[in-house]
Design a protein around this ligand. Structure first.
Ligand SMILES: Nc1ncnc2c1ncn2[C@@H]1O[C@H](COP(=O)(O)OP(=O)(O)OP(=O)(O)O)[C@@H](O)[C@H]1O
Ligand SMILES: [Mg+2]
Length: 347
């Protein structure tokens, strides 16, 4: 783990100011066969200067959460309920016009697959200039040029690409152009959705380092969405593990990697390949439920190796079982003295 990540993860985030608060966010996609429950009531805080990782398997609702926070959900999707606060300002009541002023300037999203959606007919500097002029109006050409070159420097892009088209750039460079667009207006929160996916491992690290550098330089708080637990371990301060539209565990990187408590987090951590110890790839058995018709009780019950009767009827709430480690699982009981007991282990 990088020393940088180690240093930041030691911080007690509970004492930090939260810049973004998400409470009971619920998002559905209406389909002819019923509503797909993509985000099923999630709550979390993002603290000032923090990088929060959002992980979970494909389809668990990571991108929908990101789009929901920025109110960019397109039909047939819609936000069913919940609260989102940015710097103590409630975002849910804002009109689209008011929200448009916040996007990029306060809250920025680098969307999944952004590098493939750059306009192939426009030079990269024009695409960044567009973001700036849309929010700030026209600016003197030389001032704009300086600003874009400064952004290039921040994300580690050479000045020579200023007049290039996206197809002339490597994948890593295109991704860095997208990061430059994301931070062009100095937002206080950046959400990077799978910014390092679809790149080879070396470039992945470079892009990941770029995001960290940007975070340090601008002091932004960041939500980093991804699959790669190894990369996450080095990049983020805390991790929220999502399963089927819910956060099942949220903890500091150290706690989650040292002692994952939710059975799904345990599978994710155990699936990280290790050279020291050759282990069979662990796959959770059982089927996933229909996202239109989740079972009552725990969302993970069909795949959980420790499933109990209670799990089939009662939904486990997210509880802080250890300092800064919240887990939604019936496996744990807390005694009156605050001792946490694993029910399966002591049975
Ligand atoms: N337009 C849509 N119509 C219907 N269902 C949708 C739509 N978009 C997403 N979904 C469903 O919502 C759920 C969450 O999707 P989402 O894209 O947020 O997942 P994700 O965690 O970002 O996945 P990935 O890791 O593959 O990017 C999935 O079950 C998906 O099938
Ligand atoms: Mg996604």
């Amino acid at each position: 783990m990088s020393s940088q990540a180690n240093e930041t993860t030691q911080k007690d985030w509970s004492k930090a100011k939260s810049v973004l608060k998400v409470r009971d966010l619920r998002i559905h996609y209406d389909t002819p066969k019923g509503a797909v429950i993509a985000v099923a009531g999630i709550s979390f805080n993002l603290y000032e200067g923090e990088t929060l990782g959002l992980v979970g398997e494909s389809g668990c609702g990571k991108s929908t959460t990101a789009y929901g926070i920025l109110q960019l959900i397109q039909p047939p999707g819609h936000i069913v309920g919940g609260e989102i606060q940015l710097d103590d300002r409630n975002l849910m009541g804002l009109s689209e016009r008011e929200f448009r002023r916040l996007r990029w300037t306060k809250l920025a999203l680098i969307p999944q697959g952004a590098m493939n959606s750059l306009n192939p007919t426009m030079k990269v500097h024009q695409q960044i200039a567009d973001v700036i002029t849309t929010h700030e109006g026209r600016q003197p050409k030389e001032k704009m040029r300086k600003r874009i070159l400064e952004l290039f420097k921040t994300v580690g892009l050479p000045a020579r690409i200023y007049d290039m088209y996206p197809h002339e750039l490597s994948g890593g460079m295109k991704q860095r152009v997208c990061i430059a667009m994301g931070i062009a207006l100095n937002p206080s929160v950046v959400i990077a959705d799978e910014s390092t996916s679809a790149l080879d491992v070396v470039v992945q690290r470079v892009v990941a380092q770029t995001l960290l550098k940007v975070k340090e330089m601008l002091g932004v708080a960041m939500i980093m969405i991804g699959h790669d637990m190894g990369l996450m371990a080095q990049m983020v301060d805390r991790i929220a593990v999502m399963y089927a539209g819910k956060i099942v565990e949220i903890a500091s990187v150290q706690s989650l990697f040292k002692e994952p408590m939710h059975p799904y987090s345990q599978v994710l951590i155990e699936s990280i390949p290790s050279l020291k110890e050759k282990k069979p790839l662990k796959i959770t058995e059982g089927i996933t439920h229909d996202p239109r018709n989740p079972p009552p009780g725990c969302i993970f019950q069909l795949r959980c190796p420790f499933v109990m009767e209670k799990c089939k009827t009662q939904e486990p709430p997210l509880r802080e079982l250890k300092p800064r480690q919240e887990v939604a699982c019936h496996l744990y009981e807390v005694s009156e003295t605050g001792e946490v007991k694993n029910v399966a282990a002591s049975a």
